[in-house]
Design a protein around this ligand. Sequence first.
Ligand code: COA
Ligand code: AMP
Length: 631
Amino acid sequence: MGAYEDAFTRSVSDPEGFWGQAAQGISWYRPPERVLDDSDSPFTRWFVGGELNTCYNAVDRHVESGRGGQPALVYDSPVTDTLRRLTYAELRDEVARFAGALAAQGVTRGDTVVIYMPMVPEAVVAMLACARLGAVHSVVFGGFAAKELAKRVDDARPTLLVTASCGIEAGRVVEYMPLVDRALQVAEHPPSTCVVLQRPQAPAELTEGRDLDWHEVVADAEPADCVPVAATDPLYILYTSGTTGRPKGIVRDNGGHAVAMRWSLENVYDVHPGDVWWTYSDVGWVVGHSYIVYAPLLTGCTTVVFEGKPVGTPDAGAFWRVIAEHGVKALFTAPTAFRAIKQADPKGELLADHDLAGFRMLFLAGERLDPDTYHWASELLQRPVIDHWWQTETAWAIVANPMGIEPLRIKPGSATKPVPGYDVRVLTEEGDPADAGQDGMLTVKLPLPPGTMTTLWNDDERFVEDYFSVYPGYYFTEDGGKIDEDGYVWVLGRVDDVMNVAGHRLSTGAMEEVLADHPDVAEAAVFGVADEMKGQMPVGLVVLSAGVERDTAEISAELSAKVRDEVGAIAALKDIRVVDRLPKTRSGKILRAPMRDIADGKEIDVPSTIEDPDVLDEVRGALGELASREG
Ligand code: COA
Ligand code: AMP
């Protein structure tokens, strides 16, 4: 039996033994009494009775064990022309002081704190400071605007909000305070205090009595110590898109998460203490939480925090420069970033200017890795290019090539094999096991391993309903796929209406809500259509209210601006078309899948529940050139 098969078999036949051993990679104030408590499945509890502090493990522990002088974080920001290195000792001091500042504002164990920040080291400091106090952070991606921020604030009900005066997109300064002001005006449960990091590119006007200047509160603060918390206490909430406009608050615990992060970086990514590791994503996404912040710091690596883009800051050689300049061993990003580089520099000529001698591997996830992009990247880099599949819900890879255990043969288009801990099964729609090679629903037989979500914030019922009721005894991933004769997993994509644009998970429902709120719109449907660069792009179809006779191009432009204004620039709903009717089931549910298939130029299965199949011809007409693309 190979090392991978051995590890996988142990992880499913003896999860307590397997994860009990992995837990030794973490420092506990009190060791767990039980590794696994599955008595209330699917509310699986890991490391019950254990006490730890995640920030202690990510920062202080390394200083105490002699890594104080090693860079913990390298901040590389071509958009502000800044390079800053923070050693573990410096990071500990910054985090302890900011934690002290939060404590002085009344933040205490179990409180929630919303963090709405760009890619600056202070975002990482704020997250770790919350962890230090046993407070629960909820980071909201900076590309979301006021309405989405308000939804998250209302669900998380933070004691305090941490933000910055601005973010910097290529060629554009995004002022955060007007968005925060609006969000807190419409929120029903706004926090009474905001801590604002003033950035010189666009300092903000602070609101008296509510806003405090980051630097001032830190200057007055006493450093705070790490607060021991239960392994099962929440570390963070991260909102992700479901199909409705109401985001799901994924809850992550402290103990299981710390163990899984530490284990996965070494075993999946083959990255070890002292290595330089770079994840190009954003702290607002799960990839950022897990692999910009927690896994590399828990492991004692140097993590690169990059505030820029793969292209345009200043050119498509940015990735090669960062890898060479900081001695990056492995890079993790989404395939879209590589498609953007390929489009700007098809032959990868800019690579020649940089020495990538220390670079070992490229990891890609977040969306499908198309074989073209795989071949382009692996031929250019002459290094392993590793696809892996996971979700916000899991925090780490479900299926991957376990490079730290045993590199397996690559089959382009497949994310390789189930990672130890994840007993992946393909089920038919009826819930029967699928045959090898047969398409079905990707599920994971319970229990899920440590680090995966423990519930949805304030919503145990939705947690059970959305993920565990479709196939009792299994976690339903909402992705379709198959497992071939060799045990390789092929992910075919979402079976729900969630979109994946440039590796970002977006909700159709959130955009539909905004469209339907416009006085001229009676009904709206949004769906993702295939896009060569970004994987998918959103397209909207709207039915106008009776009697509206305005110019439809004008209405579409207004709607597009409204979505950008309320959901955020990241929503990028630029293609909105007017139709007379939308396809619906007889019970009135909008059928997005056949519209998506028409736009993707695919054969459509006309659903038997459709009220009037002729509507699909009208949709085909409205989609015009999109519908005539090759599938
Ligand atoms: N704050 C404010 N606005 C933001 C933002 C943020 N944090 N992130 C993105 N936006 C804006 C962008 O500026 C853009 O605005 P525009 O319409 O005015 O140009 C819009 O949201 C859409 O962003 P995006 O889809 O990212 O397109 P882009 O043209 O800015 O960049 C890529 C294209 C390919 C360079 C970029 O999508 C990328 O690097 N993707 C890699 C994937 C990735 O990081 N995934 C994260 C999960 S792993
Ligand atoms: P998120 O929760 O934002 O990380 O998005 C998770 C979704 O992204 C998954 O459910 C998949 O649909 C998609 N995804 C992530 N990684 C991959 C991959 N390697 N291949 C195909 N789809 C992926």
